[in-house]
Design a protein. Structure first.
Length: 687
């Protein structure tokens, strides 16, 4: 339930757009589908297991890979120009015509276009090219000897070795959104904030939690014999419905063979989804993580809805294996004889999300509420992911070493329940950005043809992501915030004042389809960021650059510096705690690269310490109190070091920011007050 209004405000504006059919793709033609949902890695491994089904699809056509012959590209759709003011524009154009070609930036004193290395863009290349053409930026399709402003990677942060500029992937994101890691991250949040995180189905990790799964199901059944649940088993790292199957009984899990080699998540099956035309569907929404620290999140106004092709029935033993009824993946349903390629965005097996909202709105559904619930789900999910992402980040790009800044488009797969409550199914680090689909010309003969809906939704997302990341615009903004150099070019100033579209290089573009939701609504969600603050503590004590695991000395130093040991918690007990938890986590996590305590293990140890210290409080208050206490002691320590440093080096003044923070912390006697102030993430020398 929304207690306050900002999301509703934003949701209202989007909802109004959707209801009026103004969202960009709502008007577009429904294409013969493209693999929008198909989620996951563009370079997917060969299927290990076909879903159990009467799926007798024709041999799967080869997906268009890099280098495949493609049909000639359509030109990018013409974009409307902003209304011109003829006289002023003519003057400005005249002034600019000299030596300034298309795409060259003005106003900031910079005379160059934004440069983008697209050599590793892979399957998002077509959409990227159209976006760059619309932006009039300069593409380097084969890379460049000199650094580029932006590197567009198709798969991962590590596609290229980059030392500067910006890259469209965060290190560790692919690992973070794998089914098991995501489930773990969300489970921590569910433990702390069960109400707030009830948008993710209850999940168990296999094989390690099989016994727990069996026991918990038995316990609930014993309490309520009428409970007849269904579960969905999803292999870790799978995509496109690969290897997924439904079960009614925990003992139906296929424990032999694949599970040991390929762990999985088993999850409560949402058996009452919202149906449209009697069909189950899901939503693919695009979310931009613009920055990790400070956290900045944007959501695209429109997404895609992927439909099943067989009318839905609640699961029963007879229909459990009907994939076209239960799984919404495009890559599966395309093989159903009933898949409908439609020319309209509001009919067929793939539609725009705005068309769904439009339809719901016409039936009297409160779509503002639907949107605000979705925004909340997205923010909360990102909050669950960021702590570990920060650990990856500092490991790949340690403070003080050269490296790029990162941003990333994520694909959120969401299912609306009959009650209209959105449920998170999964997050994709590499959502498909293909804008074409395969069309069967004659049996077995396929051709790639453009898909309008995909193009409209995906090109807008890529283009507007680039606009938000525009390094030259950022530079200009910084300059205007710190106007060291006064603007000298009267011509530029005049153009800005006259509203000349050419003075604004984006005047020919539609309004940005990505809306900021964080920090815009930070106030309502900041209280959830406890694990984030724990990750800051963890990173502070990691010590060695590039590592992601805390050694025993780091853990001891953490305990000592935060003054957590006492007569009832000796340092020997601390060592045992470290060994115990670390050993357990290292036996279940796949990552065996370095030894030591991973973030999740640290979180578990932290919970344990918090429960001991603040016995009577609910868990999230115990944890918050312990974080406050740690931050308080560390700020005192920082202050002390600062004073010592000053005594030793009286001529050098400490950094301003640190000074203010430590002073305020030291001035306060109440640890809880300090909790609101985040400590710096940079690692300090361990004492
Ligand atoms: P993949 O990455 O293989 O596509 P998903 O987690 O997206 O895996 O699941 C595939 C499909 O299965 C989803 O698109 C959805 O239709 C269905 N599905 C997944 N989880 C659930 C669930 N808990 N309840 C109901 N349906 C689900």
């Amino acid at each position: 339930m929304w207690r306050s209004s900002p999301e509703r405000e934003l949701a209202a504006s989007w909802a109004a757009d959707a209801a009026a059919g103004r969202a960009p793709a709502a008007e577009a033609e429904e294409p013969p589908a493209v693999d929008a949902g198909a989620a996951g890695e563009p370079e997917r491994p060969a299927r290990e297991e076909q879903p159990k089904a009467e799926l007798q699809a024709p041999a799967r056509p080869r997906a268009a890979e890099e280098g495949d012959a493609r049909v000639a590209r359509r030109l990018p759709p013409a974009l409307p120009l902003a209304p011109a003011r003829p006289a002023a524009r003519a003057l400005c154009q005249l002034a600019k015509a000299r030596g300034r070609g298309r795409g060259y930036r003005r106003g900031s004193g910079s005379l160059r276009p934004v440069t983008v290395d697209s050599s590793k863009a892979r399957t998002s290349l077509d959409a990227l090219k159209i976006s760059l053409r619309q932006l009039r930026w300069k593409e380097f399709p084969f890379g460049r000897r000199l650094p580029c402003d932006i590197y567009w990677h198709g798969v991962s942060f590590h596609d290229n070795d980059i030392l500067s500029g910006q890259v469209n992937k965060f290190p560790g994101m692919t690992e973070m959104v794998r089914k098991i890691t995501l489930s773990r991250a969300l489970r921590i949040m569910q433990n702390l904030f069960p109400e707030e995180y009830n948008f993710y189905p209850r999940s168990w990790i296999l094989p390690e939690e099989f016994q727990l799964f069996v026991a918990q199901v038995r316990m609930v059944k014993d309490g309520d014999p009428s409970w007849k649940p269904t579960f969905i088993v999803k292999p870790d790292g799978g995509c496109q419905g690969d290897g997924i199957y439904l079960i009614k009984d925990p003992n139906d899990i296929r424990l032999t063979g694949t599970l040991q080699s390929r762990p999985a998540v088993v999850q409560e099956y949402i058996y009452k989804p919202l149906l449209i035309d009697k069909l189950k569907f899901d939503i693919r929404l695009y979310v931009l993580l613009k920055s990790l620290d400070p956290l900045e999140i944007y959501i695209a106004k429109d997404g895609l809805s992927r439909f099943c092709t067989e009318p839905y029935q609640e699961p029963n033993p007879q229909n459990l294996h009907h994939v076209f009824m239960h799984l919404t993946n495009y890559s599966l349903n395309i093989h159903s004889g009933k898949f409908i390629h439609s020319d309209s965005a509001s009919t067929g097996s793939k539609r725009t999300f705005s068309s769904i909202l439009c339809r719901l709105s016409s039936k009297g559904v409160d779509i503002k509420k639907v949107w605000s619930d979705i925004i909340s789900l997205v923010i909360k999910t990102v909050i669950a992911l960021t702590p570990e992402l920060k650990v990856f980040y500092q490991s790949d790009i340690p403070t003080g070493r050269p490296g790029p800044t990162c941003f990333q488009i994520l694909g959120f797969d969401i299912l609306l329940m009959k009650s209209l409550k959105p449920m998170l199914l999964e997050v994709n680090a590499n959502p498909s950005m293909r804008i074409e689909h395969e069309y069967e010309l004659s049996p077995g003969v396929f051709e790639n043809i453009p898909s309008l809906v995909d193009e409209e939704v995906k090109v807008a997302v890529i283009r507007d992501t680039l606009r938000l990341m525009d390094p030259l615009k950022k530079k200009k903004e910084t300059q205007s915030q710190h106007p060291e150099k006064p603007i000298t070019g009267k011509e530029d100033l005049d153009c800005e004042m006259t509203g000349d579209p050419d003075s604004n290089p984006e005047a020919h573009l539609p309004s940005i389809c990505l809306k900021q939701v964080f920090p815009k609504y930070a106030k309502q969600f900041n209280y959830l960021r406890l694990v984030d603050r724990m990750a800051n503590l963890f990173i502070r004590f990691l010590g060695i650059k590039g590592t992601m695991k805390l050694g025993p000395t780091g853990f001891r130093t953490f305990i000592r510096n935060c003054k957590l040991s006492s007569s009832s918690l000796s340092m020997a007990a601390v060592d045992i705690l470290y060994i115990d938890i670390t050993r357990r986590w290292n036996s279940v996590t796949l990552d065996q690269r370095d030894s030591g305590m991973c973030l999740q293990a640290f979180v578990e140890a932290f919970f344990f310490l918090a429960q001991r210290k603040f016995k009577m409080l609910p868990l999230h208050e115990q944890v918050a109190s312990l974080i406050d206490l740690c931050e308080y002691h560390l700020s005192l320590l920082d202050e002390k070091r600062l004073v010592c440093g000053r005594r030793r080096r009286p001529q050098s003044s400490p950094p301003q920011e640190m000074n203010a923070r430590t002073q305020s912390a030291a001035g306060s006697l109440a640890p809880r007050m300090i909790g609101a102030n985040k400590l710096p993430h940079s690692r300090h020398a361990l004492s």
